[in-house]
Design a protein around this ligand. Sequence first.
Ligand SMILES: [Zn+2]
Length: 300
Amino acid sequence: MRTKARIFFHGTDVPGREQAVLSSAGCGPDVARVSDIEWNGTLSVFVYVTLDVEDPRLALLQKLLLAYKVKWSEDRWDEYTDEEYEAAPLIVVEALGENHVVGGPRFYTEYDLSNACPACGAGMRQTGAYMLDGAGPSMIGLGQFRAVSSYSELIVDQPLAEALARANLSGLSLRSVYAYQPNEAPIELIWKQLWASHTLPPMSPRSTGIDFDSACKTCRRGKIDSTSPVRFAYRAKDLEGAQDVNRMWERFGYVRWNGDLKTAVLWQPYFIVTPKVWRIFRDAGVTGFQWLPIRVVDDE
Ligand SMILES: [Zn+2]
């Protein structure tokens, strides 16, 4: 595993422009991307520098930006090798956002709310076919990606659905997906929604990058915030009974919930799968997801 950092700043904030810091820090076009956009007579210069966190140029660049009083933002993530994925007990599937398709409760997908947290909706159970926003612009994602995500639900194209079905994966079934358009009958798509029968117990508090204090005060399960890089950890005993395809217990991210499905925006728990599933997605050339191997920790 290697941890990467991406620094972003505005080139015009640097006296003498971005090369003053980039060349002093030894950041050439192999690691720095500069794009100029002129709009209404104003020039914007976006500078992105991607480096390994062990690379001495990272600290040097930060020092130079501080010296020039340039504000920057920084994002960090872990990159894993195929060998590390193959050796992982389970891998969390996190969508990157570019393949997000709008759907869910606001588009008449039906849910059982009898076990749902009144404050955040965690624990609601989908009972009807998943409905996508057939009239919205995000539907274009279905033509661009082999697999898309919809608030952490996973939806795959027909060949990928067939490959998953042929692999006899434990814990997985595939369900119909419909496109909803106002005043029209919903249209069944050839895409399929992944459905996991097994939910893992809560993760270990030794996971890092997770703000457990942000969790919903009522159920401790929803609305959890995270900072990159996230490293998920599970107790060994909690992995007993894990299937090839599982859901996580926790839910991350933004929630809009007042008990009414027609206005609800709710992120569902991440999928967490065996390397066998990761391999099928990799071989299908699926992009748009971050695959995060879990760590197994001793029972506390
Ligand atoms: Zn809650």
